[in-house]
Design a protein. Structure first.
Length: 460
């Protein structure tokens, strides 16, 4: 197994740089607001790097010196560093010709005001500390002004006082902008990713009473925030938005949406996170191996658990060189909304139809039948769904002549952990058997055949 820190050596040269001024307020923000998110090890690394740069804007050092001060190894250093990278506290630059030489640029944390104004940062902190403590922290950093109920603000704006020649200024401003390479905020990074299909999300809402003007940039950022933090897919998010919208006006209430999602997810017990995020997955893989699943099956199960159904379907279609049709989209919506199956189980169903049966599209009839059977059989986990798939595939092969196609798993292994159940008759139907003509199509076909026969009898 390869580890991402394998190319890091204590002998590496590290060039430290300070990209911005870091004030006492920034440091208070780091300790009170960032530390619950990144961990004490990452904060310790940040403090050491800042100490190096207190009297200068750049300095060269050996990584071994930083490790000695942190009292940790390369692995712990790497994990702390990428936490700082993820939250925009440091930037990493690799030397173009020397792999053992890289630069670390120190960025200032958000001020408390900016932190709480960022919906994603605030929600992640609530996820860690709870709403009560976060509200107390927000109150602690607020600046209370005097009562101004009897006053009217008459402060002049910048342009009221300062008169500029905008033609002369525009060239300078454009040049300055071209030289700036400011990193994106975490919320902007999430919005620029392809993980959330906004077009599909809005299309689903357009069929209801939602006022599209209420889905402005601020609401869009909030929706992306919940998507990233709680892994809410497009279909589930539509339900939350509809619940938070006013039926008469179609306006979506931001506070109500936040309250609904928080009540739903903050009460759920969160699994204890491992230090590097790999231990849980390794434990899961070990469990699946003990149950007799092959490496390929384990990979499919893990993948199914980590993706929402629409993204999973889209990924498979792209790999096969196809596209997701509108019929498939609405079939998926129907399964997610109506079938009492988890998203991971639905993904296994998609895999069976498109990969195992190698169908070009999702067949609604067969997909609905299988989903109904799994629901009635109380299939709850992707592992149970995988067992069902293996039973379906084994039963299908028993009724077909042996073909030179790649098997899904070794049949000699299935007896060790396959559940002994009587398979329903529909499970052995192929995609071709489900492609029956409708009544109208059958009538038209018979009429056409009749005309052909009459024409031939006339010629004879």
């Amino acid at each position: 197994m390869e580890y991402p820190w394998k190319n890091i050596s204590p002998k590496d040269t590290v060039n430290l740089m300070k990209f911005t001024f870091i004030s006492d307020l920034h440091m208070r923000s780091l300790i009170s607001l960032y530390q619950p998110l990144v961990g004490k090890e990452a904060v310790s690394l940040y403090l050491i790097l800042k100490e190096y740069l207190d009297q200068t804007v750049d300095q060269e050092t050996m990584l071994s010196d930083i490790l000695a001060q942190l009292n940790c190894g390369v692995k712990d250093y790497y994990q702390a560093r990428i936490k700082l990278e993820a939250y925009g506290l440091i930037r990493v630059f690799k030397h173009q010709s020397d792999d053992s030489n890289y630069a670390l640029g120190l960025e200032a944390p958000m001020t408390p005001h900016s932190f709480f104004a960022d919906s994603m940062m605030k929600m992640m902190l609530i996820e860690k500390l709870g709403e009560r403590l976060v509200n107390e922290l927000e109150e602690r950093f607020q600046v209370h002004s005097q009562q101004l109920a009897e006053y009217r603000e008459v402060t002049k704006s910048f342009l009221d006082v300062i008169h500029l020649d905008m033609e002369k200024m525009s060239g300078t401003v454009d040049k300055e902008k071209s030289n700036q390479t400011m990193p994106e905020s975490i919320t902007d990074q999430a919005m620029n990713s392809d993980q959330f299909d906004w077009s599909f999300f809005v299309e689903g809402l357009n069929k209801h009473y939602i006022n599209s003007s209420s889905l402005d940039l601020k609401m869009k950022k909030l929706i992306y925030t919940f998507h990233v933090i709680y892994n809410i897919n497009e279909l589930e998010m539509q339900k939350f938005v509809l619940e938070a919208a006013d039926i008469a006006s179609g306006e979506v209430d931001e506070n109500k949406l936040t309250s609904i999602i928080q009540k739903r997810y903050l009460k759920q017990s969160k699994p204890k996170e491992s230090e590097n995020g790999l231990d849980n997955q390794a434990y899961k893989v070990s469990q699946l191996k003990q149950k007799g699943f092959s490496t390929e099956e384990i990979e499919i199960i893990i993948h199914a658990q980590n993706m929402n159904p629409y993204a999973y379907l889209k990924s498979i279609k792209q790999q096969k060189g196809g596209f997701v049709s509108s019929n498939e989209t609405w079939l998926l919506k129907e399964l997610v909304e109506n079938a009492p199956l988890s998203t991971a189980v639905i993904n296994i169903l998609i895999n069976y139809l498109l990969i195992i049966k190698d169908a070009p599209t999702l067949e609604k009839g067969l997909a609905t039948k299988i989903a109904n059977d799994w629901a009635q059989s109380q299939v709850k986990s992707p592992e149970e769904a995988m067992e069902k798939v293996k039973q379906l595939y084994a039963s299908f092969n028993e009724k077909q002549q042996p073909q030179s196609r790649q098997t899904y798993s070794k049949s000699k292994n299935k007896s060790t952990h396959a559940r002994k159940e009587t398979l329903p008759e529909w499970a052995t139907q192929t995609a071709e058997k489900d492609e029956r003509l409708s009544t109208e199509e059958e009538a038209a076909f018979k009429e056409k055949l009749k005309r052909i026969r009459n024409k031939k009898s006339g010629e004879s």
